[in-house]
Design a protein around this ligand. Structure first.
Ligand code: NAD
Ligand code: WQD
Length: 337
């Protein structure tokens, strides 16, 4: 069964291609490569024995999508394509609304025209804003503090409206917590361009010697060790969550929204020390001022995903660090080598 994977050459998309192939699905990747390398798909082939069919193109290209749905029998869409850097979204809001919101409108229109009505959408824990308490349940109030988060909220609402108007659509809104780690083979992983915004790739680049030390954003948060706490989810657990959501949508009608997280919070220093253990070194750090827009702590209540999809995370913090480090060591400059 063929599944269109937009953004399938990217970090989460490439890992999801592996999980889809392992589950017997046939991914068809559409990606404009604005934040990824096609080498990731060669590596997916190395891992799985199957190279996903790849179309280089943009989800905002309506004519391309029309042709694509006409020429392929597509059962469902997993929609990863979009921009994801919070700081950049503040500086270039229109690029984010265009790519994320307009791109999704174009995709949904093409799906509707083609009679394809099953979609899994990459939402984010960012839609909870600064939560009043943890763990976070799906019925908590939603808010956005930046254009990136607002684009995710807008798309969630758009999908809700679409389902209200057309109840035959089958829609999954998956709210990811903090995706980290890499496939256990070390062949695919996260490959940020430039200086990493996110914690884990920054730490692994310190470990490999590309950065001199981690700058810890704030040591005075109201958390056990004073540093920010997040719910880090292994990217292969996340990938398997998409397969579980797809299995569900093929059997059940309706729209559902679930958190994909582990339910466990770790602090910045816990993450630094865990990667230090995995890489057998002491990693340098310095506590600096808080980063604008950060929150103290954020972790999921993952019960709804377990109840609905029978899915929960299986991999530990040590798995995350061992796999992230294997990827970083084997690919010190990412896919560029
Ligand atoms: P990524 O940048 O590695 O992957 C996104 C992919 O989409 C890239 O390959 C990029 O080239 C492609 N793309 C972007 N705009 C496109 C367009 N207009 N047309 C076609 N392709 C396009 O990011 P990721 O971490 O794999 O994230 C995937 C999705 O998950 C994104 O929607 C992101 O917002 C969401 N998400 C990510 C995180 C995270 O921390 N990584 C957390 C929550 C949600
Ligand atoms: C984690 C912790 C930082 C870097 C972001 C987006 C969110 C989602 C996931 C897409 C925080 C600290 C980080 C560094 C540090 N993306 N940190 N030094 O901020 O939880 O979430 O990515 O949807 O929308 O906001 O993740 O990895 O940036 O930070 O101390 O160099 O690490 O302050 O406590 P965050 P992160």
């Amino acid at each position: 069964m063929r599944v269109l994977v937009t953004g399938g050459a990217g970090y989460i998309g490439s890992h999801t291609c592996v999980a889809l192939i392992e589950a017997g699905y046939t991914p068809l990747v559409l990606d404009n490569l604005c934040n990824s390398s096609p080498v990731s798909l060669d590596r997916v082939a190395q891992i799985s024995g199957t190279r996903p069919q790849f179309i280089e193109g943009d989800v905002r290209d309506a004519a391309l999508l029309t042709g694509l749905f006409e020429s392929h029998d597509i059962a469902a869409v997993i929609h990863f394509a979009g921009l994801k850097a919070v700081g950049e979204s503040v500086e270039q809001p229109l690029a984010y609304y265009d790519n994320n919101v307009s791109g999704t409108v174009t995709l949904l229109q093409a799906m509707q025209n083609a009679g394809v009505n099953r979609i899994i959408f990459s939402s984010s824990a960012t839609v909870y804003g600064d939560p009043a308490s943890v763990p976070i349940r799906e019925d908590f109030p939603l808010s956005a503090t930046n254009p990136y988060g607002r684009s995710k909220l807008m798309i969630e609402e758009m999908l809700g409206d679409l389902h209200l108007a057309h109840p035959d659509w089958r829609i999954a809104r998956l709210r990811y917590f903090n995706p980290v780690g890499a496939h256990a083979s070390g062949l695919i992983g996260e490959d940020p361009q430039g200086i990493p915004n996110n914690l884990m790739p920054y730490i692994t680049q310190v470990a490999i010697g590309r950065r001199d030390k981690l700058r810890v954003f704030g040591g005075d948060w109201p958390t056990p060790d004073g540093t920010g706490v997040r719910d880090y989810i292994h990217v292969m657990d996340l990938a398997e969550g998409h397969v579980a959501a797809l299995d569900y949508l093929l059997k059940n009608e309706g729209l559902f929204t679930v958190n994909l997280g582990s339910g466990q919070g770790y602090s910045v220093l816990q993450m630094l020390h865990a990667l230090g253990r995995a890489s057998h070194q002491t990693l340098a750090h310095e506590i600096v001022a808080r980063r604008a827009g950060d929150i103290a702590e954020c972790w999921a209540d993952p019960a709804a995903a377990l109840a609905l999809l029978g899915w929960q995370t299986r991999r530990s913090l040590d798995d995350i660090c061992a796999d992230a480090w294997r990827w970083q060591q084997a690919n010190p400059m990412g896919y560029a080598e």
